[in-house]
Design a protein around this ligand. Structure first.
Ligand code: GLN
Length: 276
């Protein structure tokens, strides 16, 4: 059994060759503690560890489950996050949202951030780890919050990233105010046929009840004035084709300076604005 044979297990299961190679290299790196140089030099692998990689690859091939759920973690913004089937697997695009947030935070010396639908806590923890802010992550799912809390503890962010069960603003006290609201909310209309990439993500993290996937953007924007400090910011990640509609929602809710940023695929992905 060698690496090429393990890659073949994945390609035989219909996984793209590039993706299969990347996944096997990730497994080898994580399970065998290999560095990229070890991989390039194809150093011999300890058989028992190779057996483990083989087992993981077989599980991946048989179930179609994403590699992050099989390994139990995902890498995001330079850190490792525990993931289970109770949380959305952090996506590369979301790193753009974090980057935009950090730029605004530094420019405005923002101190308090509210992350709505925190899931694994990846946004909350990335912001807390890279700025002098206090981040409150809220979620309706207790199971997700347990994972977020575990991630914050592992990253030593217990005092900077805190978590609370709340249905959007339901458990935010009237005297709590924030300099920024950030969210990567569910944005897929319920009933949309599931694409392979999201098949194993929790439904709660994906779906909206309305036909356009705008339910959460609307709810968050409508209640934002009550929790934002004057001049506070709102930042959303959005799905393909939604940015212009969200721009309108923000405009009618007294937001100005609306900016839209594209992801690497050229899709309008991040929208930000400031409350009047
Ligand atoms: N905030 C988390 C993330 O961006 C979870 C988002 C969600 O579950 N919709 O990965």
């Amino acid at each position: 059994m060698n690496i090429q044979e393990i890659i073949k297990i994945l390609t035989d299961a219909g996984i793209e060759p590039n993706e299969a190679e990347a996944e096997v290299k990730l497994m080898v790196r994580e399970i065998c503690n290999w560095s990229p140089i070890d991989i390039i030099l194809e150093r011999p692998l300890d058989t028992s560890k190779l057996d483990t990689v083989n087992e993981y690859a077989k599980r991946r091939a048989q179930t179609g489950r994403p590699i992050q759920q099989i390994l139990g973690f995902a890498n995001f913004y330079g850190k490792r996050y525990r993931v289970t089937e109770d949380v959305l697997i952090p996506r590369d695009e979301t790193e753009l949202l974090v980057e935009k947030a950090l730029r605004i935070i530094f420019a405005n010396q923002s101190k308090t951030i509210l992350d709505i639908g925190t899931g694994s806590g990846c946004i909350a923890c990335s912001i807390a780890a890279n700025s002098e802010t206090y981040v409150l992550g809220v979620d309706i799912s207790s199971d997700a919050l347990r994972i977020a809390l575990e991630n914050a503890s592992t990253l030593n962010l217990n005092n900077k990233a805190v978590f609370r069960k709340s249905d959007i603003y339901s458990k935010i006290n009237p005297n709590e105010k924030f300099d920024m609201i950030i969210s990567n909310p569910p944005y897929i209309p319920e009933g949309t046929p599931l694409q392979k990439e999201v098949e194993f993500d929790p439904k709660l993290a994906l779906f909206t009840k309305d036909a356009e996937g705008l339910e959460f953007y609307t709810k968050i924007a409508e209640g934002a004035a009550d929790v934002l400090n004057p001049g506070g910011y709102i930042l959303f990640e959005c799905g393909q084709g939604q940015a212009q509609k969200i721009k309108k929602i923000l405009a009618v809710n007294n937001f100005i300076d609306i900016e839209i940023d594209k992801d690497l695929a050229g899709i309008e992905r991040v929208i930000s604005a400031r409350i009047l």
